[in-house]
Design a binder for this molecule. Structure first.
Ligand SMILES: *Cc1c(COP(=O)(O)O)cnc(C)c1O
Length: 417
């Protein structure tokens, strides 16, 4: 059992050994607070579970691209899964090695492909035949060869939220697994491509391993067919997708169990296995720390108004996502309240929770919006001209700001009257 990075000590919520109220006092709110050891622990859980089997754990940068997180993982030996040139830039800035980068995404531009070829990334996960031709042509121009894997669509239902499911035939992602063999055959004519891998990614926040294992079985049988035709597939990239417990009742498989089941299917096959976890590496190691501004009652309905809003955390509005909201100071004598938790943004859709039974927090109190290490800051915006929150990294009993709160001047950078 992995230790949780956020725990109450003397009724005060701590991240590792640091009390969250001391961070709020000095850094202000809203801010995202991350646990370095929480993130590292999860990376190591993947890495250790693979053990001696050839493998690479490529962190999906889109989950949280803060340089401090990327640097932490790079030093621990992680690879990176990127979906844009900007993410490659971030990885390199953070000290990541380009030969540990895989490039996914359905709409890579020529500029992005060129940049990635110049830096010598590990693999392009390609999503169409035209993309293969583009990469081949650009590699030829640069006098190099590109390592390729086709992202196939295994046509399994990830049984997750429709907006984060990607593995059905009708989705925009990947290449139909039934057409993949022919495309690999034709791609052998491209002189500047090395057909090294097969990849897939069926969706996100999967709470059951079965869809991932079904996808793996289908991709493995494709690998066998390709190898039988003389295409020397060396690695299989299963993408990300493992879920995290947003609700106390969610019970996703542990990283160790999940990887053990991957290994059972792959360890005898002379195949390097790659995974691209995003959420399961970072989500549980982050909170959004916010202060209660007001309480009010409208038409009998209780509202808790925070200084954090949908521009800081859009998941509840966008995906009906659930995030636990914890009082930083626990006080059983206060009782509970059923309320909508909202922010200052001028939209009815601006909420972090609806009809939530939660601690009866009052103006001036601090709350921690839990499980916001992934797909939270990265999706934040300046809507309503709100400067984006700061980000803070805790390790043991120390902490530092790893992204400053934006200023009003930041809001207008690049604009002109
Ligand atoms: C989003 C994404 C991931 C990461 O997914 P998680 O659910 O966060 O683990 C991995 N690979 C690809 C191609 C992705 O698009």
């Amino acid at each position: 059992m992995m230790e949780r990075p956020f725990t109450y000590r003397d009724n005060l919520l701590h991240v590792e050994d640091v009390a969250l109220d001391s961070i709020a006092r000095r850094a202000g709110t809203p801010c995202f607070v991350y646990s370095a050891n929480g993130i590292l622990g999860r990376y190591r859980a993947y890495d250790r579970a693979f053990g001696e089997q050839p493998h690479k754990v490529c962190y999906a940068v889109k989950a949280n691209g803060n340089l401090a997180i990327l640097g932490l993982l790079a030093r621990a030996g992680a690879g990176f899964d990127i979906v844009s040139g900007g993410e490659l830039f971030r990885v390199l800035k953070a000290g990541g090695a380009s030969e540990n980068v895989v490039f996914s995404g359905v709409g890579k531009t020529a500029e992005e492909v060129e940049y990635a070829l110049e830096k010598g990334i590990h693999t392009f996960n390609c999503e169409s035949e035209t993309e293969l031709s583009l990469i081949d042509a650009l590699a030829a121009r640069l006098g190099t060869r590109a390592r390729i894997s086709l992202r196939v669509n295994p046509d399994v239902d990830a049984a997750t939220h429709p907006k984060i499911s990607t593995g059905l035939r009708e989705h925009k992602f990947g290449i139909d697994i039934h057409e993949a063999e022919e495309i690999y055959q034709r791609a052998r004519w491209h002189q500047h491509l090395e057909l090294e891998g097969v990849s897939c990614h069926i969706g996100s926040q999967l709470l059951k391993p079965e869809p991932l294992l079904d996808a793996l079985d289908r991709v493995l049988s494709l690998v066998d067919r390709l190898r039988a035709k003389g295409i020397a597939i060396q690695h299989l990239d299963l993408g990300g997708g493992l879920g995290v417990p947003y609700r106390p009742t969610d019970d996703p498989p542990s990283i160790a169990d999940y990887v053990a089941r991957l290994k059972a299917r792959t360890s005898h096959r002379n195949l390097k296995v790659m995974v691209e976890p995003g959420r399961s590496l970072v989500a549980e190691s982050g909170v959004l720390l916010s202060r209660v501004l007001y309480r009010k009652v409208n038409a009998g309905k209780e509202f808790i108004i925070l200084d954090a809003a949908m521009n800081d955390l859009i998941r509840p509005s966008l995906y009906e996502a659930h995030h636990e909201i914890l009082p930083v100071k626990r006080d059983a004598g206060r009782g509970t309240v059923k309320a909508d938790v909202v922010g200052p943004v001028c939209e009815t859709g601006d909420y972090l929770a609806l009809d939530r039974e939660m601690a009866n927090v009052l103006p001036g109190d601090l709350v921690a919006v839990a499980t916001t290490g992934a797909y939270s800051f990265v999706m934040s915006s300046n809507y309503n001209a709100r400067p984006r929150a700061s980000e803070i990294m805790v390790a043991g009993n120390g902490w530092r700001v790893v992204r400053q709160r934006e200023t009003f001047d930041d809001l207008v950078r690049g604009e002109m009257v």
